[in-house]
Design a protein around this ligand. Structure first.
Ligand code: FES
Length: 579
């Protein structure tokens, strides 16, 4: 069914015309300065002005191609009658940014919102894909509430090592464990450096990047089937150009986030999240994005909306293939067709059609990569929410990436106070640890990290690796890379640095994990916990100035999305006064 919106705007209604049209000295200066850049008056006076928010940088390998893609977006914008302007925004290359990109997700969101608010922009194309870039771009654009379309950076191409497909991130930890166990030489380890990230593009496993770009697609924020196109495929360039053409139509149609993004869009995002076996990080980002889009979302909502959706995408780390294979198998449309009864098919998307319209004709080309419902990769699910006296406000685990044998487990805690403490002791031959021990790391949360680094996949002690142990129960208030796997309980809230119960436990306490029951408890009485709490003192060192100070004063906990308290949720955008 054709569902294109009708054109609602005239030239004089365009936001950019507030800057450009008036006959006064300020607008004279605006027009004058655009002509200073060599633009003819007619190039900007009678067309929608489109921002291309580009997160390219020389130190962002996953976005190395986005400068070139911006040219394709410009082509599409110009052909559709718009005027493109490229605006650089903070580039959060996941691996190189220290202490963690999560510290800067909200920084990017603020930058995007203020870029769009402060300039004569009518609509925006958002270019990015590496982990925090996706939520950062979407959170900022939702708060600015201008028509916007997201162009996912696309995953890197597959690589192979000794006949085995190797995926970015997932195999790094896998091969490192083998090296620690003495099964891989130093020479092979060096060769592997050039075998896991073959081309520009985001991680080719179902890490946080692919999780978030696919969720964005399911929520209707990209063109259909955009998210899994490999970065280096010519289809990616065509998708970029088409997105440029489409944003111009969206401006005339006034199709802004507040006019179509709602609870149903989030429902579709959660269903996709579960069916792809997505990263635990998405639980935090989804809450923050939904909030900016005026949808209240909790961990329990995610659990409820996703309950019973099995993992169908047979992609690492839950499965065995890579994103390039997922694209050849039909990508997200093929997968969503298989869970269509869990979707809101009437939800509007950026191309002006409903999700149901966009899924028409989608079919799966490879049942091994996008599994049928009768043969899922995992029925255990991509996310389970845990609560108990150790996580009163919640914690999460990815059952599809964990060993089933630990899904109900009681073990003695071995507590590390920080990553420095862990690194100093984890490989000590005298460490009192066995495979049933529960490794605990505290001070890895939003305040403690600071910035909630991806420390949650605590390393297995070397002496256990040598004995063949490859998984243990690990608990922290940190996050875990979406490319990683293991029985890792993450995002414990409230975090230890905020005085959560994780701060109170000691080595030797017994911890009970029961994933099916959704429980995480320490075998301590309320009285004992209270007694320990009375002796606890906060130890967050606040810097005297700068962005980290702002972050520590305003970041919310993991179960609240880690947004800043003064930015979270929906606020009617305030237009700048034009004098
Ligand atoms: Fe950029 Fe994984 S490091 S997507």
């Amino acid at each position: 069914m054709e569902a294109r919106s009708k054109v609602k705007k005239r030239l004089e209604d365009l936001r950019s015309q507030r800057w450009l049209a008036p006959d006064n000295t300020r607008s004279f200066a605006h027009r004058q300065r655009l002509q200073q850049m060599g633009l003819r008056r007619e190039e900007f006076m009678s067309r929608p002005v489109i921002a291309i928010v580009n997160t390219w940088s020389d130190l962002s390998p996953c976005h190395a191609h986005l400068r070139e893609r911006a040219e394709a977006v410009k082509r599409g914008i110009l052909q559709a009658g718009g005027m493109p302007f490229e605006l650089p925004a903070m580039s959060l290359g996941e691996v190189l940014v220290k202490p963690t990109t999560m510290l800067y997700r909200n920084f990017l969101a603020m930058e995007v919102e203020e870029l769009l608010r402060s300039l004569p922009i009518d609509g925006a194309v958002l270019l990015g894909g590496c982990d925090k870039t996706v939520p950062g771009l979407l959170m900022g654009a939702f708060s600015a509430n201008l028509p916007c379309i997201f162009v996912p950076a696309g995953p890197m191409l597959n690589d192979r090592y000794r006949g085995e497909k190797v995926g970015a991130g997932t195999h790094t930890r896998k091969f490192w464990d083998e090296k620690q166990a003495g099964h891989l030489s130093g020479k092979e380890w060096i060769v592997l450096e050039s075998h896991m990230s073959r081309t520009p593009g985001t991680c080719n496993t179902m890490g946080t990047a692919s999780t978030m770009t696919l969720i964005a697609e399911a929520m209707g924020l990209t063109l259909p089937n955009a998210a899994s196109i490999p970065a280096m495929d010519s289809a990616h360039t065509r998708m970029a150009s088409e997105s440029g053409a489409r944003i111009v139509e969206m401006v005339w149609e006034d199709l802004k986030p507040s006019s179509f993004f709602n609870e149903k869009s989030v429902l579709n995002g959660v269903a996709a999240y579960m069916a792809i076996g997505g990263s635990t990080n998405a639980a935090i980002h989804l809450i923050a994005i939904a909030g900016r889009g005026n949808v209240s979302l909790t961990l329990d909502d995610i659990q409820r909306l996703g309950k019973g959706v099995p993992v169908l995408a047979n992609v690492l780390p839950s499965g065995s293939n890579l994103m390039e294979d997922f694209y050849y198998a039909g990508g997200l449309p093929a997968l969503l067709r298989r869970v269509h009864d869990r979707l809101s098919l009437n939800s509007m998307t950026v191309n002006g059609r409903t999700l149901g319209d966009n899924l028409e004709g989608a079919q799966c080309e490879d049942d091994e990569v996008v599994r049928p419902l009768a043969r899922p990769v995992s029925e255990a699910g991509a996310l389970a929410v845990l609560r108990g006296n150790l996580a009163p406000a919640g914690a999460v685990i990815k059952p599809s990436g964990a060993s089933g044998k630990f899904s109900k487990h009681s073990g003695r805690a071995l507590v590390f106070d920080s990553m420095v403490d862990l690194n100093a002791r984890i490989n000590d031959p005298e460490l009192d640890v066995d495979e049933n021990t529960v490794l605990v790391l505290r001070n890895g949360g939003p305040l403690g990290g600071p910035g909630m680094p991806e420390w949650g996949n605590l390393p297995i002690p070397k002496k256990l690796l040598e004995k063949g142990v490859r998984d243990m129960v690990r608990i922290s208030d940190a996050r875990m890379s979406g490319t990683h796997y293991g029985t890792c309980v993450l995002h414990v809230a409230p975090e230890s640095a905020a005085g959560g119960p994780l701060a109170l436990i000691r080595t030797g306490d017994v911890i009970d994990l029961d994933v099916a029951a959704g429980r995480l408890d320490v075998q301590l009485s309320d009285e004992e916990l209270e007694q320990r709490r009375s002796q606890w003192k906060p130890d967050v060192k606040k810097p005297p100035r700068g962005y980290t100070k702002l972050f520590l004063e305003h970041v919310t906990q993991a179960n609240e999305g880690c947004d800043f308290d003064f930015l979270a949720g929906w606020h009617e955008p305030v237009e700048p006064p034009i004098y």
